[in-house]
Write a protein that binds this ligand. Structure first.
Ligand code: DMJ
Length: 672
């Protein structure tokens, strides 16, 4: 389970510089006060609000020391240095502007909102300065360092304005808890990114919060899936990286026999013990939520009590690795049982409806999609197969069946330019195909390529005796889907994809076998033919800083070695920097509308911006020996976990029931 320490992990030449920065922070009063964590004064929602106001009040205080500046990082808005009243007036002005913009939008003034607008509004424009001369070699090391800059800006903004809070609102410079004492939502989700980027002093601060403020003993309902992938996954990967790569963001108190040695693992185990209550349902399918202090599973309040399918089947990598670390088989068995229960429904062609009852273990409804509530079911099939070093054939079998099902029922081509898309069957496989892709579906190109090569490069995998025509076809599908996902970015005014994109398709939809050839390049002209294939509705035009497309670009770059994927990633990174930066050192924000320039900010930074999006940019621009894909498996929140052999303690405790060609269960004749 170990592999080479990356040769190219970044180091900081001048640690004193960082300490100096930290002292400046402390002198501002903001960080110093908040270092006690949320426990101080945040004992309930009233306390939380009070604390937020306290922070904002502190910021408004004209006597406060000024905050550290980022003059050398032009994509952080230049700090205004103005007094607060102006800031207040600006908020009013901002409100008026928003209303006016809303009216303009409503009246169609932004009807021509395509790429033509890009470039007209680029008030920083610093990244265009990095544009290399035609034919010149790109400096990927420099670009990778810019990603570290972005991580520092985001983290420091959070640290400055919302330290210890679970939500960060970068525009209003405030935070909010999701539990009385906070869950460390942003801090824990960021641990491994801080390690990979070697941000030692920030990691030390995060660990200090974990050891002094974090408690799972809170009377709070939390979402089983989100808490598992972000918190349990974050802690487990922090444990993995800090033990296997002690040189990454090396700190002093976590070595063997040191007081902080097992901090991450202890916190992970405590959390997992509580999350295990989710599996105490009549069927064994986990409940949607858990009350942490009460160790109690809670049925979904919505969807007629059904859990989301993806949520129940995206817990396995985390619980299985924890079982391996602790030797506690129960973690393994409970998580594994879910896969058996799902499979025993015998769905057609491996495609599962997006809801499942924890009470009965049966699916609810027939809505089938690879977007929200469906996505990571498929992702974790192949990743479970890889996690245990390809020893559990059952998961590869399920993945292959599902991918064939995707080809047969969901893949089609757009008009007039023939992009490959994965649509939805909202009324079951006999219903119509809806030509719609959530941004979430863009995990697929990378995952399909990962499944085809097992994490080797395409070149290496092709030499294996097991390499097949199907693998070749899967790589082709991955390339085509990657092109479509990138088109979803190119289509938008900011160069940042919408949450949902619709497509124009033929009636009836073309089958997967139809000849098709999408354009290799995207003509930049606003009236270019390819624009006709795409459609973004105003209500779907938000961008939540999601990672799926850069995640796939990372896999595609590593696996194919095709430079275009890195180049696209760089273009995407520039769009994030140019259009999501928040003034006054606020870091970066989600957008309410990514299809107008200037964009409309949403005043929220998702924790996966730090855990996933920036991490994938960093990995995409890094040398390939940083987290080799044939040695690790990244959970759905981009937390790297090791692959391992099951050993004597663990085995696949179930087999698939016999089924027909379509995957439907074959009932065995009863023997008298
Ligand atoms: C993340 O929490 C995970 O990637 C999850 O699988 C899907 N949604 C977000 C990111 O978009």
């Amino acid at each position: 389970m170990s592999f080479q320490i990356p040769k190219n992990a970044p180091t900081f030449g001048n640690p004193q510089q960082r300490q100096l920065e930290d002292r400046l922070w402390a002198s501002s009063g903001v960080t110093a006060r908040s270092r006690g964590g949320p426990g101080g004064g945040a004992g309930g929602s009233a306390g939380v609000l009070g604390d937020v106001q306290d922070r904002v009040g502190g910021f408004l205080n004209p006597n406060r020391a000024s905050l550290p500046m980022y003059k050398d990082k032009p994509y952080a808005y230049a700090p205004s240095g103005r007094a607060r009243p102006v800031y207040r007036r600006k908020r009013v002005l901002g409100l008026i502007t928003l209303v006016v913009l809303g009216l303009l939008w409503y009246t169609g003034a932004f009807a021509d909102h395509h790429a033509a607008a890009v470039g007209k509004f680029n008030q920083w424009g610093w990244l265009t300065a990095d544009s290399k001369a035609k034919g010149a070699k790109a400096d990927w090391d420099k670009r990778r360092k810019l990603v570290v800059d972005a991580m520092e800006l985001s983290w420091d903004a959070y640290e400055r304005y919302a330290w210890g809070y679970d939500e960060f609102h970068p525009v209003t410079k405030s935070g909010r808890h999701m539990a009385p004492k906070g869950l460390g939502w942003i801090i824990i989700d960021s641990l491994d990114t801080l390690m990979l980027m070697n941000l030692t002093s920030r990691l030390t601060h995060a660990r200090e919060w974990l050891s002094t403020s974090l408690t799972w003993d809170q009377d709070q309902d939390v979402n089983t899936f989100e808490t598992t992938i972000r918190m349990l996954g974050g802690l487990l990967s922090a444990h993995y990286l800090s033990t296997e790569f002690p040189n990454l963001a090396a700190i002093t108190d976590d070595g063997p026999n040191m007081p902080g040695e097992d901090l991450y693992l202890e916190k992970a185990k405590d959390l997992a013990d509580r999350l295990m209550a989710a599996f105490d349902s009549p069927s064994g399918i986990p409940y949607a939520s858990v009350n942490l202090a009460q160790f109690k599973g809670i049925i979904s309040h919505d969807d007629l009590g059904a859990s989301s399918t993806a949520e129940t089947t995206t817990l396995q990598l985390e619980f299985k690795y924890l079982a391996k670390l602790t030797g506690e088989k129960d973690f393994w068995d409970k998580a594994e049982k879910v896969m058996e229960l799902v499979d025993n429904n015998g769905v057609k062609d491996g495609l599962v409806p997006i809801y499942i009852y924890a009470t009965t273990g049966e699916f609810r409804g027939e809505n089938i999609r690879l977007g929200s509530r469906g996505d990571s079911y498929y992702e974790y099939l192949i990743k479970q197969y890889l996690q245990t070093n390809k020893q559990e054939a059952v998961y590869q079998d399920m993945w292959r069946e599902a991918l064939q099902g995707v080809r047969k029922h969901l893949v089609t081509y757009t008009e007039p330019s023939h992009f490959t898309i994965i649509g939805e069957r909202q009324s079951g496989l006999d219903g119509d195909l809806t030509p719609k892709m959530d941004h979430l579906v863009c995990f697929m190109p990378g995952t399909v390529a990962l499944a085809a090569t097992g994490g080797l490069t395409e070149q290496e995998a092709r030499k294996l005796p097991t390499w097949s025509k199907q693998d070749e076809a899967d790589m082709q599908l991955a390339r085509e889907l990657m092109q479509t996902c990138w088109g979803m970015y190119k289509y938008m005014a900011t160069g940042l994809a919408a949450e949902i994109t619709y497509f124009h398709i033929a009636d009836p939809p073309l089958p997967e076998s139809a000849p098709h050839q999408a354009p290799a390049d995207f003509d930049p002209l606003p009236d270019a033919e390819w624009h006709k294939d795409f459609d973004v509705k105003p209500q779907d035009s938000h961008n939540l800083q999601r990672p799926e497309t850069v995640e796939s670009l990372f896999y595609m770059w590593r696996i194919t070695g095709d430079m275009r994927y890195r180049d696209w990633g760089w273009e995407m990174f520039k769009s994030f920097m140019n259009y999501t930066a928040v003034e006054e050192g606020g870091g970066f924000s989600s957008l309410n509308n990514a299809n107008v320039v200037p964009p409309v900010l949403r005043d929220n930074m998702e924790s996966f911006w730090l855990a996933e999006t920036l991490k994938y940019f960093y990995l995409l621009f890094s040398p390939d020996d940083l987290l080799p894909l044939d040695k690790v498996v990244l959970n759905t929140e981009a937390h790297p976990l090791p692959r391992f052999d099951m050993g004597k303690l663990f085995k696949t405790g179930w087999e698939r029931k016999p089924r027909d060609k379509e995957g439907k269960l074959v009932t065995q004749p009863k023997t008298e």
